[in-house]
Design a protein around this ligand. Structure first.
Ligand SMILES: [Fe+2]
Ligand SMILES: [Fe+2]
Length: 383
């Protein structure tokens, strides 16, 4: 592997023995608020740009197959989506999980207790703006990470593939930004937990960590989250937008798994343990980002109380949060990270209640099923 020593992390460390510590979660947001960015946020990427003189295309056959697939599956956000569709922001999602809504509205301790239907519609509408805003910011993270992978990965097949992903991610940022700007009102800044996670991934000098953090963890979760929103919304523009983005994302996660399998076979136990810890640290950050503190703040609702209550929800209501890990856990298993060493990552995923996804389908071949773009083209040709 071509690598240099890991750079020191600029993040607040997670305490792995205290996942639900509200102070830890609030501190991240408070630290970020105390040090606001302008329009530009700079992060050191600490990496060597690597040339390879081995131009043997197809040496890694599965990556080559993905690359060929990606070239044919490009779409254009301006022309393949119908931007003339009018969108009512209050109708983008009309029903979230009714049991969760009921729990917050019927619990006397909840700041949302006895909230009227009109106020609840605002919670839901702000929630949509917030989620799509975080998708957009995450997509920019993917854009930067993939550009870094083009530079740092030493294999030509991976450089070729990653270059197609740079274009994919640019298109994803573009379509989410356009949807937020022209169809909704009230874009949100990046969530501090997501921002720290993206900073850590970019900041790390080890090229496989860019893959692990972005391709496996962030994109694995995004694929699941896009899938939920796709199932929840009947708004036709957003539905198609998400379906097309997911076609690309499934390929991206496959790229991560296929590349890292080879790398992780060659690492020693201590190096694998570092990757296990990085994966779990990322998983916690992503869970914390879904507490949508910024929405409560914007609505003048007690943020701390809402964080406490969200963490204290009954187990069956945490199913949604947990399902977000339904791609990450099987992919970590496929990479050998779950059981390596003393099974450290298996124990941590058990603690946060997501280990049950370990045998769900991993994402190495799933991109073929997700390919809505080719499907639509073939249907158009046939008609
Ligand atoms: Fe993306
Ligand atoms: Fe992606």
């Amino acid at each position: 592997m071509t690598t240099t020593e890991p750079a020191p992390s600029n993040s607040v460390p997670n305490k792995w023995d205290d996942y639900d510590n509200v102070d830890r979660i609030m501190d991240v947001a408070n630290a970020d608020a105390a040090d606001p960015d302008g329009l530009i946020h700079a992060v050191k990427d600490n990496a060597d740009a690597i040339f390879t003189w081995n131009y043997e295309k197809g040496e890694r056959a599965k990556l080559n197959k993905l690359y060929e697939k990606a070239k044919n599956a490009q779409w254009n956000g301006e022309t393949d989506l119908d931007w003339s569709i009018e969108v009512d922001p209050e109708q983008v999602i009309t029903v979230d999980d009714p049991s969760i809504e009921a729990w917050f509205r019927e619990n006397p301790e909840s700041p949302l207790y006895k909230m009227s239907d009109t106020e609840w519609t605002r919670v839901r509408t702000e929630g949509v703006n917030w989620r799509l805003s975080q998708f957009m910011h995450g997509e920019q993270g993917a854009l930067l990470c993939t550009a870094k992978i083009v530079e740092t990965v030493p294999w030509i097949d991976a450089k070729y593939y990653a270059a197609t992903q740079v274009v994919d991610e640019a298109r994803h940022v573009e379509v989410f930004a356009k949807y937020l700007d022209t169809k909704l009102d009230g874009e949100y800044p990046i969530n501090p937990h997501l921002k720290l996670l993206l900073d850590d991934i970019i900041n790390d000098s080890r090229w496989d960590i860019t893959y692990l953090g972005m391709q496996i963890m962030v994109e694995g979760l995004a694929l699941a989250a896009f899938g939920f929103m796709h199932a929840l919304t009947e708004e036709p523009l957003l539905k198609k937008l998400l379906r097309y983005v997911m076609s690309d994302e499934a390929r991206h996660v496959a790229f991560g798994v296929l590349s890292l399998q080879e790398v992780y076979e060659g690492l020693n136990q201590a190096e694998i343990r570092e990757r296990q810890e990085f994966a779990f640290d990322s998983a916690l950050r992503m869970r914390d980002r879904f507490l949508q503190q910024e929405v409560w703040e914007r609505m003048d609702i007690d943020v701390r109380k809402m964080v406490e209550l969200q963490l204290a929800q009954p187990n069956e209501q945490k199913e949604f949060q947990r399902l977000l890990f339904s791609k990450i856990v099987p992919n970590c298993k496929k990479l050998g990270l779950l059981d390596a060493g003393d099974g450290w990552l298996r124990d941590r995923f058990t603690d946060i209640g997501v280990i049950q996804f370990e045998d769900m389908v991993d994402t190495t071949e799933e991109f073929l099923e997700f390919d809505a773009v080719t499907h639509d083209r073939e249907a158009a040709k046939a008609s």
